[in-house]
Design a binder for this molecule. Structure first.
Ligand code: GTP
Ligand code: MG
Length: 199
């Protein structure tokens, strides 16, 4: 899969106004984990999605049209500021409405900080997706910041945790938006999902 064109289309806080015309691939995870940076890395444009060193930068649902055919969707992070105690994922109703309501959502990439051991909020979020039949895969971010030994150790811990709930480890990718590591694998994964649809 090659990205020839990436164009910002629309920002939304209302799930009802979201485009319903094309396949979508969304990026989610805790604030500051690197969602917007990963989108920029995939499309090869550092300025497409807004990034920041401070958590809470992305506040809306942002659609980017790729090759005039499908969307990459940048979402706000969870686990920051407004998260309520009663429901950790009622963080913004419009996001859960979008994730559960979109018929074009092909895959949610759940971003996980590769430097950290499995985090409760991320495990809960993936189970939340599983219970609702939302297809997801795991993306470990910022691998340029750690040694491969630490990365392997954290991946093994994640695998152990996931296998408590899942029969197999979901598809997973290691990435760095600094070095572009993982770019081809993620783009090929998206390409395969899109070409399976046509068959
Ligand atoms: P919110 O929109 O606030 O939820 O954050 P986000 O998940 O979109 O994170 P964002 O892409 O804005 O990145 C947060 C910070 O992490 C920025 O300072 C990025 O430069 C940095 N960052 C993101 N990905 C990487 C990476 O792969 N390597 C390194 N070294 N830094 C990264
Ligand atoms: Mg962001």
């Amino acid at each position: 899969m090659e990205i020839k064109q990436a164009v910002f289309t629309i920002s939304n806080s209302d799930a009802k106004k979201i485009p319903t015309d094309r396949e979508e691939f969304a990026f989610i995870g805790r604030s500051n984990v690197g969602k917007s940076s990963l989108i920029n890395m995939l499309v090869g444009n550092k300025k497409l999605a807004k990034t920041s060193g401070k958590p809470g930068k992305t506040q809306l649902i942002n659609h980017f049209l790729i090759n005039e055919k499908w969307y990459l969707v940048d979402l706000p992070g969870y686990g920051y500021a407004k998260a309520s105690k009663t429901s950790r994922f009622a963080w913004e109703k419009f996001i859960s409405e979008y994730l559960t309501g979109s018929k074009q959502l092909m895959n949610v990439f759940v971003l996980l900080d590769s430097r950290l051991e499995p985090q409760k909020i991320d495990l809960e979020f993936m189970n939340w997706c599983g219970e609702r039949g939302i297809p997801f895969s795991m993306v470990f971010t910022k691998i340029d910041k750690i040694s491969s030994t630490v990365l392997q150790k954290n991946l093994a811990k994640y695998k152990r945790e996931m296998l408590k709930y899942w029969e197999v480890m979901p598809p997973h990718f290691s990435t760095s938006s600094e070095s572009s590591f993982g770019k081809e694998k993620i783009l090929n994964y998206i390409g395969e999902i899109l070409s399976d649809l046509k068959e």
